[in-house]
Structure formats: structure tokens, C-alpha cells
Design a protein around this ligand. Structure first.
Ligand code: NAD
Length: 329
């Protein structure tokens, strides 16, 4: 089977690709005909790729704009069985450049859906949405009944995409599934334009021996999930039978809530108090205004019943980050 990952050079997309290569199969077909099939080809589409990409004959990279119709026509072929759509301009970026956000976060989705509609068999499409779908007046703990009311362009573009994916699935053009991701912690590498970038930076930079300025208050809560769990969630979302989704093609993934202070306390327990003290407070009104609109705690019975899992605690997230990145304490 042929698989496409848009945003395949990014943080989650590349981890997902590596995990699929190691696993070698994905579910295909429906009902009595469903079963695991070997992955013959994974095409990663992104505007850039890091050096040291895995050397694997099944892997192909395409460096191009996901919102270019000619590129989508080339990458999504009639025999594409599965698409993971992760390419995006992240929250801070889409807020700063409205036109770019609309182009990448919405136009690409529309092109992708139209192209997937012409596949030989309706492909499975798994879409990376976000809890930025929620905003405005929210209860302290959100549950599956809350209607999205995004307060950012990014969140709005994600919600519109969810609805389109759902309608194309209802029409039988494809078999779509949207995951509302918590903030994924911790992200290695450099800070990005996501307004939530600090949630990883306060763990990553001190572990790298570098001071870190935190733009939000210590009691700011973050709804978080680890890179390991989110990759599992994408594969699980793909492999669940269509009947498990029914008419509701979107799910709030499970996560855990930790305040910045709780995350730093956990960092101190894992790596020592001196490491955690490398974080200093430098409030940034722009970031605080965006983050304030996001939910910090969820009840996710539907996701749990469907078999999605959260991390046990923030300490485990930090320990796994240290192990995955080969950090020496
Ligand atoms: N990481 C998180 O905390 C988080 C939380 C909620 C939702 N998400 C969503 O998950 C997905 C993956 O996030 P990530 O953390 O890996 O982000 P990322 O920025 O590392 O990956 C997104 C990728 O999309 C690519 N991209 C941007 N514009 C493109 C274009 N025009 N054409 C082709 N590729 C383009 C980028 O180059 C990047 O590699 C995104 O859709 C994001 O909105 C992430």
C-alpha cells in the first residue's frame, strides 16, 4: 500500500514516518475485507527536510508546497491508500500571517480532499487538528460535548478542515479521522512559531544547559501529550475500523494537565534543581493572549473508549524525552 504524510519533514510527521517504517504495515479495507497490509511506499511532502533522513527504499521525499494543485496531483496518486495530513503553519505563524495560514491550513486541505476523492478506493485520511479548536468562554474541564469556538485563525482553519473531512467521509469520498492534539511536549530542536513553543522550551533548553525565558506565568496550565503517545495515536486512529468513528469523525485526544510550575518541579526531580533554575520569567503579552484562549483540562471518555492513551505524568514525559534524544545528565 502507498502512504502519504504531508508535513513529513516536521516534528511529528518524521517520527510518524519512522514508526511506520519500523512497523511495516497499516490497516486497509473495511469490514470482512479489512486487515494489515505491507507498506510499499511512504511519500513525505514538506517544504524542507532535516539532514540524516532514514535510508529506506520505501521512503520518498518531495520538497514542495502542499497547497500547490500540481504537487498534490503528483504526490497523491489514484493508488494512495492512506494520507496523514500534518503540514501546517502553526498557531503563532497563522496568526501573524493570515494569508499564509489560509493557504497552507485550509487551501491545502481542500485540494487534498478533492484529490483523494479521485482515488481508486476511498483512502483513509488522518488529520492533525488541535485543541486550539476550542476557545472563548470555556468550562474548567472540557468534555466531548463542547462545540469548538476557536479564537485564533489557526484554530478556525483546523475546525473548518475537520468539518470538510467529516462531510467528505459522510459522502463516502474517503474515510477521514481528525485528532485534536494537545500540546506535544517536549519538542527537540529550535523553538518554532507555535504560541505553545515555550511548553517544550522550558524542558528542552535547561536540559541543553541553556537559559530559557518563559513568556507565561508559572501557574499557566498546559494540556499535554508526548511525542511517543501522539505517534501511537495517529497509527491507532488510522487503523480503527470506520464503525468505531461512526458519524463523529473527530476526537479530543487524551492528555494530562500540568502547570509550568509542576513541569519545572518534575524537571528538578529528574535532572536536578540547578537545571530547573535555568528558566526565568519574561511575560509576553502576545503569547499570553493566545494561550489564555486555550483549554487546559479535558475529560476524554470517547477517546479512552476508542483505545487512545495519555502519558501517566509529566515526569515520565521528561524521562522519555531524555531517553529519546540521548541526553546525558
Ligand atoms: N506539536 C504540537 O504541539 C501540535 C499541537 C496541536 C496540533 N498540531 C498539529 O500537528 C501537525 C504537525 O505538527 P508539528 O508539531 O509536527 O509541526 P511542524 O511545524 O514540525 O510540522 C509541520 C510541517 O508542515 C510543513 N509545512 C508548512 N507549510 C508547508 C507547505 N506550504 N507545504 C508543505 N509543507 C509545509 C513544515 O515545513 C513542517 O515541517 C500540524 O498540523 C500541527 O498544527 C501540533
Amino acid at each position: 500500500m502507498k502512504v502519504v504524510i504531508t508535513g513529513g519533514g516536521g516534528f511529528i510527521g518524521l517520527r510518524l514516518a519512522k514508526s511506520l517504517l519500523a512497523r511495516g504495515t497499516l490497516a486497509s479495507g473495511n469490514g470482512a475485507q479489512s486487515g494489515q497490509q505491507s507498506i510499499a511506499r511512504i511519500t513525505l511532502l514538506d517544504t524542507a527536510f532535516p539532514p540524516n533522513m532514514p535510508a529506506d527504499a520505501r521512503l520518498e521525499t518531495v520538497t514542495a508546497d502542499v497547497a500547490d494543485p500540481a504537487v498534490i496531483d503528483r504526490v497523491v496518486t489514484p493508488d494512495t491508500a492512506s494520507i496523514f495530513h500534518l503540514a501546517a503553519v502553526v498557531s503563532g505563524g497563522a496568526e501573524a500571517d493570515f494569508d499564509l495560514g489560509m493557504h497552507v491550513n485550509l487551501e491545502a486541505m481542500r485540494l487534498l480532499l478533492e484529490r483523494a476523492r479521485r482515488a481508486e478506493r476511498p483512502p483513509r485520511v488522518v488529520f492533525a487538528s488541535s485543541v486550539a479548536a476550542f476557545g472563548g468562554d470555556l468550562p474548567a474541564v472540557l468534555d466531548d460535548s463542547i462545540t469548538p469556538n476557536p479564537q485564533t485563525s489557526y484554530g478556525t482553519q483546523k475546525v473548518v478542515s475537520e468539518y470538510l473531512l467529516s462531510d467528505y467521509s459522510r459522502k463516502g469520498f474517503m474515510d477521514g479521522r481528525s485528532l485534536r492534539l494537545p500540546t506535544i511536549v517536549a519538542r527537540p530542536g529550535k523553538p518554532n512559531l507555535a504560541a505553545s513553543s515555550f511548553a517544550s522550551a522550558i524542558i528542552r533548553e535547561p536540559l541543553n544547559g541553556v537559559a530559557c525565558e518563559c513568556p507565561v506565568d508559572p501557574d499557566t496550565g498546559i494540556w499535554m501529550l508526548s511525542p511517543r503517545r501522539v505517534v501511537e495515536a495517529f497509527i491507532h486512529a488510522h487503523d480503527l475500523p470506520a464503525a468505531a468513528w461512526g458519524t463523529k469523525r473527530v476526537v479530543n485526544l487524551p492528555g494530562i494537565t500540568a502547570s509550568i510550575k509542576q513541569a519545572l518541579d518534575a524537571l528538578a526531580r529528574v535532572a536536578g534543581a540547578e537545571v530547573a533554575k535555568r528558566v526565568v520569567w519574561k511575560p509576553d503579552a502576545r503569547i499570553q493572549a493566545i494561550v489564555k484562549t486555550w483549554p487546559v483540562d479535558f475529560n476524554t471518555p470517547r477517546a479512552s473508549a476508542m483505545g487512545f492513551n495519555a502519558d501517566p505524568d509529566v515526569e515520565t514525559i521528561i524521562r522519555n524525552y531524555i531517553a529519546d534524544e540521548g541526553i546525558k545528565l
